[in-house]
Design a protein around this ligand. Structure first.
Ligand SMILES: C[S@@+](CC[C@H](N)C(=O)[O-])C[C@H]1O[C@@H](n2cnc3c(N)ncnc32)[C@H](O)[C@@H]1O
Length: 252
């Protein structure tokens, strides 16, 4: 599977600059200071802690840019299984060669997990250019784009994908219905949308109502809403208190 992401950094940074200005008005910060994952007392740019997250796209990009190089090792140490679980669910439904959109792909954990199970054409989108550089090195993505998911429509064609996966991302999205509705545009009728949401945020953001609303609007048919499962069991802030729900829907 080829990677068509040469020149990512230049194009990516252009995208990020545009996205930052349009969403939050904040200035891009390249390189610079490290925000510690062990001591999240750093409050610059509106990102208080990994547990709280933020919907300030500039703050999120800076946070994940700083974390990119050690993200995989750290989050695996915390027992993070969500990308693997998502790929296991989707590979039951997809076939070789299908087009899959990895929404908030980060360093490429979902793309890597899926490609170990099935030979799909995978496109990734994320706001963190440093994370995308690592995703590129996984050699499993056919295309990578740097873009703010809070700016819709996403830069992908209508009906372009058999599936979209959005794993570990909803905490950072203020208007989840806007993003999910756009994924319904990007995925072909009969295709699948898989996303995860923390169980605490599920209630806070009233995802039960969202699920019903999208069904009533004939945007999707829910196929599975999992029970709450361990999310980051070896992270003290999450442990047993914050779990994850995996959702699978079929686009109408
Ligand atoms: C917890 S990581 C999950 C990454 C990957 N899906 C995984 O499971 O390992 C959250 C990802 O969402 C991305 N993200 C958060 N808000 C975003 C936004 N507004 N636009 C694009 N990407 C965003 C971050 O840059 C980060 O890579």
């Amino acid at each position: 599977m080829g990677v068509l992401a040469l020149g990512l950094t230049c194009r990516a940074m252009d995208h990020v600059l545009v996205a930052y200005e349009s969403h939050s008005g904040a200035k891009i910060r390249t390189g610079g200071k490290i925000m510690s994952r062990d001591n999240d007392t750093n409050t610059k740019q509106g990102f208080n802690s990994f547990k709280d997250g933020s919907t300030d796209s500039a703050a999120v990009a800076a946070y994940y840019d700083d974390w990119a190089k050690t993200y995989d090792a750290t989050i695996k140490n915390w027992g993070y299984q969500a990308p693997d679980a998502a790929s296991a669910t989707l590979c039951e439904l997809l076939k070789s060669g299908d087009d899959v959109l990895d929404v908030g792909c980060g360093t490429g954990m979902f793309g890597k997990a899926l490609s170990q199970r099935l030979d799909c054409q995978i496109e990734g989108i994320d706001i963190s250019a440093a994370s995308l550089e690592i995703a590129k090195k996984q050699d499993v993505y056919d295309r990578l784009q740097c873009h703010d998911l809070q700016v819709t429509p996403l830069p992908v064609a209508d009906n372009a994908f058999e599936a979209a996966a959005c794993v570990g991302v909803m905490t950072y999205i203020e208007d989840a219905p806007a993003l999910l509705a756009d994924l319904c545009r990007a995925v072909r009728p009969g295709g699948y949308i898989l996303f995860t949401q923390r169980d605490d945020r599920w209630d806070e953001k009233n995802f039960n109502a969202l699920m019903k609303d999208f069904e009533a609007r004939q945007l999707w048919t829910p196929l599975k809403i999992s029970k709450a499962m361990p999310y980051l069991p070896k992270n003290d802030d999450f442990s047993d208190s914050i779990q994850v729900i995996q959702v699978l829907c079929q686009v109408v």
